[in-house]
Design a binder for this molecule. Structure first.
Ligand code: ADP
Ligand code: MG
Length: 245
């Protein structure tokens, strides 16, 4: 598992935007440059993630510097970790361990299908091991536990499809006004006609002035890209291709 992924040196990455941070060669550099917690790096080693892929090498520094990002990278190149690691690093510590009553969901990952949301949750669990992160795969059961405001005020990361999330927002059972990290995964599908209205509603509900947004996709057709860029603030855009193809 996780060993046959193409390393960054076999990727060609084209970046566009202002003040683009340097990519990293190794995960270890993230500790040096961004004080990433040793625990997170240990969890990477534990799961045999040895070298960052292209989208990780370039994308992680961008997100860790708090920039908005549109990342286009082929399927199987590790886009999930590219955003999850910076999210965990930026959150610092689990809300449950902070001496804090909590003021709502801290990070949100949107995915077009339940299957994908489930896979993202599994990647989250790898990074989360050893600390008491509150990770919620939003479904019927977890939605019902989150009706309790005390519970939903102390959530680190929610992973959800748009439909169920919008329903919860509309019913007054979820607030997203404390979300600092918003990710649209498989953004080409999230921003097509099937989901666009719901996605825009979710984005609009993330009202915190310090919300950092990023979209990830294997492809981003022109019309969809325009929509995506319109949601982002001074974004950097990276496009990853495989060399010799
Ligand atoms: P994408 O979203 O780009 O299609 P995924 O995030 O689903 O790709 O990752 C594909 C596979 O590669 C997963 O099994 C993941 O655990 C693994 N993987 C991700 N990053 C690395 C890495 N740096 N080294 C080794 N395996 C990795
Ligand atoms: Mg993916």
């Amino acid at each position: 598992e996780g060993t046959d992924v193409t390393p960054a040196r076999k990727h060609r990455v084209v970046s566009k935007g202002s003040d683009i941070p340097c990519p990293v060669d190794k995960f270890q550099e993230l500790a040096e440059r961004y004080r990433m917690a040793p625990r997170l790096l240990a969890n990477l080693r534990e799961h045999n993630y040895k070298h960052p892929t292209g989208v990780q090498a370039h994308g992680m520094p961008i997100l860790l510097e708090g920039r908005d990002l549109a990342a286009i990278s082929p399927t199987g190149t590790g886009k999930t970790l590219a955003y999850l690691l910076p999210i965990f690093s930026s959150l610092g510590a689990p809300i449950a361990s902070l001496n804090d009553t909590g003021s709502g969901v801290r990070a949100l990952v949107l995915a077009p299908t339940r299957e994908l949301a489930h896979q993202i949750h599994n990647e989250c669990l790898k990074l989360a091991s050893g600390r008491k992160w509150r990770l919620v795969l939003f479904n019927k059961a977890t939605a019902s536990t989150l009706r309790d405001k005390v519970v939903r005020d102390k959530v680190d990361v929610i992973i959800s499809t748009p439909l169920r999330l919008v329903a919860a927002i509309q019913e007054g059972n979820l607030e997203l006004n404390n979300v600092r990290h918003l990710i649209l995964d498989e953004a080409d599908r999230l921003l097509d006609n099937e989901f666009i209205v719901q996605v825009q509603e979710v984005v609009a509900a993330c009202t915190h002035p310090d919300v950092h947004k990023a979209v990830f996709s294997a492809t981003l057709p022109a019309g969809v890209e325009k929509l995506a860029m319109g949601m982002l603030r001074n974004p950097i855009r990276i496009v990853v291709g495989l060399k010799d193809t």
